[in-house]
Design a protein around this ligand. Structure first.
Ligand code: SF4
Length: 93
């Protein structure tokens, strides 16, 4: 079984567009009702963030299960991570 090297860094957080945002936008309760609008608002902030790629990479590498990271909601990121892991395993041989 191939091992996957982690390259987790967190310096990008210093310039995150969500630094002063309401946490409930990024970590709503559930995925229906008010959470739909909260997730949309969080994604809008992510779309303007200069470290979106780093944030998403961090979330994938550290397997963040909750919240919006890098412009992806939980269910979207779960599907993306499956593909990301498969690609990393393929590259590791
Ligand atoms: S991409 Fe979104 S969640 Fe990630 S740091 Fe930027 S604003 Fe925050």
């Amino acid at each position: 079984m191939a091992t996957v090297a982690l390259t987790i860094t967190t310096e990008w957080r210093d310039v995150a567009a969500c630094r002063d945002s309401e946490p409930s936008l990024f970590f709503p309760i559930g995925s229906t009702g008010p959470a739909v609008d909260q997730i949309a608002a969080a994604k809008q902030i992510c779309s303007l963030c200069s470290v979106q790629e780093e944030c998403l990479q961090y979330a994938l590498e550290s397997n963040q299960e909750s919240g919006v990271w890098g412009g992806y909601a939980e269910d979207e990121r779960r599907r993306l991570r499956k593909r990301w892991l498969a690609e990393r395993r393929r590259r590791a041989g």
